[in-house]
Design a protein around this ligand. Sequence first.
Ligand code: UFG
Length: 342
Amino acid sequence: MKQKIIITGGTGYIGSHTAVEFIMKGFNVVLVDDLSNSEVSVLDRIQEITGTKPLFEQIDLTDNNRTKSFFNAHKDASGVINFAALKAVGESVKKPIKYYHNNINILLNVLENMENQGISNLIFSSSATVYGLPDVLPITEENQTKRPTSPYGNTKKVAEEIIEDLTKVSESLNAISLRYFNPIGAHDSLKIGEAPNGIPNNLMPFITQTAAGIRRELKIFGNDYDTPDGTAVRDYLHVVDLAKAHVLAFERLISNQSKSNFEVYNLGTGTGYSVLDVINSFEKTTGISLNYSYDKRRDGDVPQLYSNPNKAQTNLNWKALLTLDDMTLSSWKWEQNLRNGY
Ligand code: UFG
């Protein structure tokens, strides 16, 4: 019998890549999403990649009645991968209630229904934003978490705290929180990838849309940081590497290898690249010269954020394998495929 797992936010950018990896490993996946930031056609595209069309239910998980019936129908699942959340940093600053309401209620409903149905294993999709402005780099999981610079970020920090509190009293809950650095790139098949609504907030889709002529010019937010070239440094990792970490983390949970029932892992390459490094890699791999200029720093941005991913390597046997050039080229190929209707 194939093990069943529930993936919330399963048609989204990271959710869909993770669904593919779980299907390829022989799991039976059930996706749930409200389709507020993704398309139902992702299911067909997952089928084109894997040969299997996953079960899907369109549900707003803040609605606990619908969440209850969903979990009741899938009580045989061995775990949940919880991606469902709003994630636009800037919007969260303007609409904090929307973000706290959505991201925290989804988590609470998922946790309550897992408990009611006796589902014990949870992977939570967290973010490096829980480290706030770090004192020491690279960041290990031992680094203290700090107040994130946005309500979105704070929903991730508070969510981790809720899960940790629950694992202290729950008889069954066994959770791993994965703290992503900056995922970019797309699946090799070019059938799935990042497809932001409207003007992208993140660097990579802004670069590819500028190269595609959809945006006139990329603005680099700040060139006066205390970094080698003055632009901000992040730890970019390929979304397929990231997706694979979820399978390894889940296997750790179901084989009871965790040292405690709440573990956290950084997922990054361990190498920091500046905005200019990303642009240079993009120009080199694609042969396109990008139209960009410098602008002032963006509110809430930290100068540098990169991981020490050793704990994930030791305990999950996970390492990001794809390079920055792989990531920028893959992002560009995906952008072209997206514009051509996949
Ligand atoms: N940047 C630009 N121009 C743009 C967009 C981004 O110069 O048009 C710069 C940013 O200032 C930053 C870097 O590119 O220095 C990366 O920015 P992203 O928006 O791609 O990523 P962030 O590191 O700001 O955000 C990521 C995740 C968030 C998370 C945040 C916390 O996307 O979900 O990390 O660190 F909250």
